[in-house]
Design a protein around this ligand. Structure first.
Ligand code: PMT
Length: 223
């Protein structure tokens, strides 16, 4: 068996959070550290592929050998991904993209008014990058999404798989702090349309990344 089963392939990976501006000094975001996506990029290189790593604001060292594209918000992440996607063979979308962004972000800092006790932030829907990548897919391109759930992991992830249209979906329970955002380990259930869900044991993100990429490679082999 080749030790470089992904040789000649180019993988698009998203990682980390997005940051949605409220004003020049504040933002809406989440706790994603980028570890899962950076581990996928590292594993892709180890398995012989080229890695296009599009990431939000993270404090991780760069993945040497990967093409790194740093973005801040969801709209910029989507633009970067759609520009790279035609040249890639697969996409693995681990980024925790903010589903909503502040409707308008003034260019000056929002000041509180004397006596003001409440403030309302209007949010508007962000683009769904995973769904857009799936919609732009050509034959032979394989797409793996992630699902971050806190309740009803399996039911929610099954619905997400159908809605987004990806080939594989790695569902993880982010209410468990041992394996959730920022941790070094993860435990996923792998879903594919028409297949029984596979509950994998907990493992470090590096080992998991390699196993996920090998599962993805089987999709090309089966095509
Ligand atoms: O970064 P770490 O600290 O290592 O943590 C890893 C992780 C918990 C972030 C990761 O394992 C994970 O679960 N990533 C998906 C996070 C997420 O936002 O999931 P979701 O269920 O909201 O989204 C489902 C899928 O659609 C994901 O592939 C997501 O990247 C994608 N998505 C979501 C919304 C959106 N607007 N655009 C998207 O592309």
């Amino acid at each position: 068996l080749s030790d470089k089963p992904l040789a000649g392939r180019r993988i698009l990976i998203t990682a980390g959070p997005t940051r949605e501006a409220v004003d020049p000094v504040r933002y809406v975001s989440n706790h994603s550290s980028g570890r899962m996506g950076f581990a996928i990029a590292q594993a892709a290189l180890r398995l012989g592929a080229e890695a296009e790593l599009v990431h939000g604001p993270v404090s991780l060292p760069p993945v040497l050998g990967a093409q790194m594209t740093a973005v801040t918000c969801a709209e910029k992440m989507q633009a970067a991904c759609l520009a790279l996607w035609p040249r890639c063979d697969a996409a693995v979308m681990t980024a925790a993209v903010a589903d909503f962004r502040p409707e308008s972000a003034p260019t000056s800092k929002i000041k509180k008014q004397p006596g003001q006790e409440r403030m309302t932030l209007e949010l508007t829907r962000n683009p769904d990058i995973l769904a857009a990548v799936c919609a732009a897919r050509r034959p032979g391109q394989v797409v793996m999404g992630f699902a971050a759930e806190t309740d009803d992991l399996l039911a929610n992830a099954q619905a997400k798989l159908a809605r987004k249209g990806c080939d594989l979906l790695a569902a993880n329970d982010v209410s468990d702090t041992r394996i959730g955002f920022g941790s070094e380990r993860n435990r996923i259930t792998l879903l594919a349309p028409g297949a029984e869900p596979q509950a994998w044991p907990e493992m470090d993100k590096e080992t998991l990344a390699e196993k996920l990429l090998l599962a993805l490679a089987q999709r090309w082999d089966a095509a």
